[in-house]
Design a protein around this ligand. Structure first.
Ligand code: ISL
Ligand code: CA
Length: 549
């Protein structure tokens, strides 16, 4: 079925690192307004804006202290209105990040709850008595360590699945749900076009909060909140009372989810959410827990993508991403620094022609790379610092932890957007809140605009093709040579149209035999000037023609 969200090409903005308009070193809303022409030039038609709400910034805004106002360093509600108007004028939708599993511990609800057992806000959260000076259960936080924090004022503990400054909301309390619905309406009435719902599949907890079974100190307890007991009821309530009354779409971040469970949220007709972000392909270089690294294998990336392409086919809609503010840069993980341009283009072609809505993270379109940091003090991310402490406590050496962090830290994707080769990459004229990557001299938007062969121009071309050929959006998906650990080949078909995508995922030449006769097909995209039969390192080719019978 045709739907707007299926035709969306989304660009994710991490506001703190995007563009600083007043030179205090921090990206802001007016900075984004300055760059709207750039977004239009790139061709995207939607933006996902990471949190801009009032926040003490323990987790860069994923800890909200006022859901209906803008963080002063980012601007004002008036700036926000101007931003939406500027986007809408350019045909760009705005999707807000919605963080409703938890609030900040500085949110007025929590401030009231933590000091008075009789506060009406007490039951907005999970406060429980400890067991003999120990936390109420053995759950651990996503960021390492116990998921409980002692609260001296009422001599008990509160639950936080993320940092201790992110207490979890109790969704079983109907008043919490009413408050959330008010917040949703507030933003929708301002004109926003949808939400990216943060960790949405963990909002409903088993009310008994039993001990978790895992022996690992990471994610212990997850069986008691992943896709928890009332999750569907709560999402249907949001849908019926709010979402259904607006022209909008949602994408839910769904941790540790299978396609079958995903369909229980997104299957067409059910539409509790329109799509989910899944994480299977993010394990192509680790053992599902991101700190347990293993060598990247193209086969694993392909298998994860295939699994989702086939399982959702005709039933639900995929989201497509390789990067976001929580993940290292894709060139470092799945491409090559030696073949940076070739591999960044290959990854773009591989991803963006699959079935689903593409999400491009700021800087991905110019092939930005991981942070250059060598010392822990250069990192800003709360998770990075927590994991370092946990790792050291478990006996890992400093060197070993720094190696993991260098590869996996979320700050790899949070260095400032590289606009030009000027000082601080044209991001700010002040002191940036996090160091700018020195490679901005070579890797930046300004030079990419001038270079007809740049990664940026390749993205623009793909985006233009996606808009021109309905087969890119609505076509079926079929993969060839699934067992190859070198090349990825797939076909899309829609009515009489056919698209064949063939990419080399390695730094060595690879042979490629077209799966069917390509005479009559046009090569509409190629990241090399050459078109030989074999695929050069990280070569990506896309053919278009009439579907063979
Ligand atoms: O990057 C991760 C930590 O290892 C992920 O597990 C991440 O925490 C998870 O995907 C949830 O992410 C979202 O919620 C977090 C926030 O820190 C992330 O930035 C956000 O994307 C808590 O709100
Ligand atoms: Ca600023």
């Amino acid at each position: 079925m045709k739907r707007d969200y299926k035709e969306a090409i989304v660009y994710q903005i991490y506001p703190r690192s995007f563009k600083d308009s007043n030179n205090d070193g921090i990206g802001d809303l007016r900075g984004i307004i300055e760059k709207l022409d750039y977004l239009e030039y790139l061709g995207v038609n939607a933006v996902w804006l990471s949190p801009v709400y009032k926040s003490p910034l323990d987790d860069n805004g994923y800890d909200i202290s006022d859901y209906c106002d803008i963080l002063p360093e980012y601007g004002t509600l008036d700036d926000f209105k101007e931003l939406i108007a500027g986007m809408h004028k350019r045909g760009i939708k705005l999707i807000m990040d919605l963080v409703i599993n938890h609030t900040s511990d500085e949110h007025p609800w929590f401030l009231a709850a933590k000091k008075d057992v009789n506060s009406p806000y007490r039951d907005y959260y999970f406060f429980r008595k400890g067991k003999k000076r120990r936390p109420p259960n053995n759950w651990t936080s996503f960021f390492g360590g116990s998921a409980w924090e002692y609260n001296p004022e009422t001599d008990d503990y509160y639950l936080h699945l993320f940092s201790r400054k992110q207490p979890d909301l109790n969704w079983d309390n109907p008043r919490v749900r009413e408050e959330i619905k008010k917040i949703l309406k507030f933003w929708l009435d301002l004109g926003v076009d949808g939400f990216r719902c943060d960790v949405i599949n963990i909002i409903s907890k088993n009310p008994d909060l039993p001990n978790g079974k895992s022996f690992l100190p990471i994610l212990r307890g997850k069986e008691h909140y992943l896709n928890g007991p009332n999750i569907h009821e709560y999402l249907r309530e949001l849908k019926n009372d709010v979402f259904a009354h607006y022209d909008m779409f949602t994408v839910g971040e769904a941790v540790m989810i299978t396609p079958e469970i995903a369909l229980s949220y997104i299957e067409e007709g059910r539409d509790e959410l329109n799509m989910v972000f899944q994480f299977d392909h993010m394990a192509a270089d680790n053992y599902y827990i991101k700190w347990f690294l293993r060598k990247y294998k193209p086969k694993r990336l392909k298998a994860a993508m295939r699994k989702w392409q086939s399982a959702l086919s005709g039933r639900g809609w995929n989201s497509l991403y390789l990067e976001n503010h929580d993940q290292p840069r894709s060139v470092n993980r799945f491409g090559s620094l030696q073949y940076r341009a070739e591999s960044a283009k290959m990854l773009a072609a591989y991803l963006l022609f699959q079935q689903g809505t593409p999400f491009i993270y700021q800087g991905q379109e110019i092939g930005m790379t991981n942070a250059h940091f060598t010392s822990l003090s250069q990192y800003r991310d709360v998770e990075t610092h927590n994991i370092y402490k946990l790792g050291r406590k478990l006996g890992f050496t400093h060197k070993r932890m720094m190696k993991k962090i260098k590869y996996m830290s979320r700050d790899n994707a949070r260095t400032p957007m590289q606009w030009s080769g000027a000082e601080n990459a044209g991001f700010t004229e002040g002191d940036p809140w996090i160091e700018v990557n020195p490679n901005h001299k070579e890797i930046n938007v300004e030079s990419s605009i001038k270079d007809p062969d740049s990664i940026l121009q390749f993205y623009r071309r793909i985006i233009a093709i996606r808009k021109e050929y309905p087969v890119c959006v609505y076509g079926s998906y079929r993969e060839y040579y699934p067992r190859s650990d070198k090349i990825a080949v797939y076909e899309r078909r829609y009515q009489d149209d056919c698209l064949l995508v063939a990419v080399n995922m390695t730094g060595k030449k690879a042979s490629f035999k077209p799966p069917f006769d390509l005479s009559g097909f046009r090569l509409i995209l190629n990241n090399y000037a050459k078109d030989a039969l074999e695929l050069l390192p990280y070569q990506a080719k896309v053919y278009y023609g009439k579907a063979p019978k």
